[in-house]
Design a protein. Structure first.
Length: 20
């Protein structure tokens, strides 16, 4: 399901923001 991919992308992006 694309929802899974969207969720992963969101987590990765959020993690990058936290890392910044």
């Amino acid at each position: 399901n694309s929802d899974v991919f969207k969720l992963i992308a969101l987590v990765v992006r959020w993690t990058q923001l936290q890392g910044a």
